[in-house]
Ligand binder design. Structure first.
Ligand code: HEM
Length: 413
């Protein structure tokens, strides 16, 4: 049975080591807050202030360091021996305890073993057999919404592929599947520090974990589906069977809202920048680059964290073992030290594939090829039918680590 209700550590690690920090070279400290509703709706002014303060900044509000610049975020993602995922990638101890041992919260060599199993259906080779079906589904749904003239990208277009095709491929039981769109964002709310959003999300994620433990088990899963393949790997002795329910979350949690938000953001950006839409309509081969640029500038996952597993020096500042550092993907992707005219959406931008929106290094998104395939299929179908998107209504969602739009009504011409 799930150990979801296992009591959390009583004392936050970050609070313990904060007391030890007194005689150390100090990082610039800041009282800026990242997780208020206002900051989540428009984080970019806060990010800029943090980047200007230095490559590593101490955040009083959370008792954690933050890395706001591109070079240091990328460096940390490559240096798992110091910036460990096994110590948890969320910003609160409760959730880190719950995710311990899964793919996201593991370091090599454990991580390599788990990743081999999870990535099997997601390699470019494995996905190539899906391309035709994804393209056909994308053409059909785009045909349908474009015929309406006015539609909500967020509810009528963007969720279609992740919810229909991907859920079916994962092969989860029908019962409970409809809750997936509530579970996925709640899962990401739990990646933030403890605040009202996190605590409200814990019981919802508890339901998802319960579903993984009770429904995502052999006999209830679709034979040949991705979830069943995890259990098959356990039968072959590749992984420990007790870890299987935790690995279900790797297909359920991160495959929905990330891709859905990236799709909506891309269309919203094209509605606001019609000249960029003209460029991709004129040359659809630019779509992969345009998708990278949309993910760079909007970064559906704005921040995860890492546990500092060894004393480490960065820019003359000591990050002590036991501290925690927030890696601000969304800020790194807007860092003016790395990107010219960083706040502008330019589909022709050079080097946009080096964005950190899918992470980097050991934990770089295992689903990125699938996400790119889905988004490209939809945008490609739109290039054939839409000259202009006119934005009629837009409302952002608020989530501790996700950035995205939950209502985006456009009319198309
Ligand atoms: C546009 C869509 C997506 C975005 C922006 C995104 C973003 C990310 C990021 C930033 C990471 C790195 C986490 C870290 O370094 O700690 C990650 C990892 C991961 N993603 Fe995605 N993701 C997307 C789509 C998907 C899809 C479609 C799937 C599943 C089918 C998926 C499954 C995963 C998994 C399992 C990991 C953990 C990999 C590991 O720890 O080795 N993601 N994703």
């Amino acid at each position: 049975m799930t150990d979801w209700r296992r009591p959390a550590l009583q004392v936050s690690r970050s609070r313990v080591w904060k007391c030890r920090r007194i005689n150390m070279p100090r990082a610039p400290s800041s009282s800026l807050e990242l997780f208020t509703t206002d900051a989540l709706l428009d984080p970019f002014p806060v990010y800029r202030k943090l980047r200007d303060l230095g490559p590593v900044v101490w955040l009083d509000a959370y008792g954690m360091f933050v890395l706001p610049r591109y070079a240091e975020v990328r460096g940390a993602l490559e240096n798992w021996e110091v910036f460990s995922s096994a110590g948890g990638v969320t910003m609160n101890d409760e959730m880190n305890e719950k995710l311990k041992g899964g793919l996201l919260c593991s370091d090599p060599p454990n991580h390599e073993t788990l990743r081999k199993v999870i990535e099997r259906p997601l390699t470019p080779k494995a996905l190539s057999s899906l391309r035709e079906r994804v393209t056909a589904e994308a053409e059909a749904i785009v045909e349908k919404v474009v015929a309406k003239g006015t539609f909500d990208v967020a509810s009528e277009l963007a969720p279609h592929l992740p919810v229909s095709i991907v859920s079916e491929l994962v092969g989860l039981p029908e019962e409970g599947r409809e809750r997936m769109l509530d579970w996925a964002p709640a899962n990401f709310d739990c990646f933030g520090p403890i605040n009202a959003r996190t605590t409200a999300a814990f019981p919802v994620v508890g339901e998802m974990v319960h579903y993984a433990f009770t429904q995502c088990v052999p006999g209830k899963l679709k034979p040949g589906g991705w979830a069943q393949m995890i259990w098959d790997a356990a039968d072959r002795g590749e992984i420990d069977p007790t870890i299987c329910p935790f690995l279900m979350n790797d297909y359920m949690g991160p495959s929905l809202d990330t891709t859905i938000f990236a799709t909506i953001s891309a269309i919203w950006l094209f509605a606001r920048h019609p000249a960029e839409w003209d460029i991709v309509r004129g040359n659809p081969a630019l779509l992969p680059q345009a998708i990278n640029e949309a993910i760079r500038i909007e970064s559906p996952i704005q921040a995860f964290s890492r546990y500092v597993a060894k004393d480490h020096e960065m820019d003359g500042v000591r990050l002590p073992k036991g501290s925690r550092a927030i890696l601000l993907f969304g800020s790194a992707n807007r860092d003016e030290r790395r990107w010219d005219d960083a706040d502008h959406f330019q589909v022709n931008r050079r080097g946009t594939n080096e964005h950190l929106g899918f992470g980097f290094g050991e934990h770089q998104c295992v689903g990125n090829n699938l996400a790119r395939m889905e988004i490209r299929a939809l945008l490609s179908a739109l290039t054939k039918r839409v000259k202009r998107f006119e934005l009629l209504e837009m409302e952002r969602g608020v989530n501790n680590v996700l950035r995205g739009i939950r209502k985006c009504v456009v009319s198309v011409h």
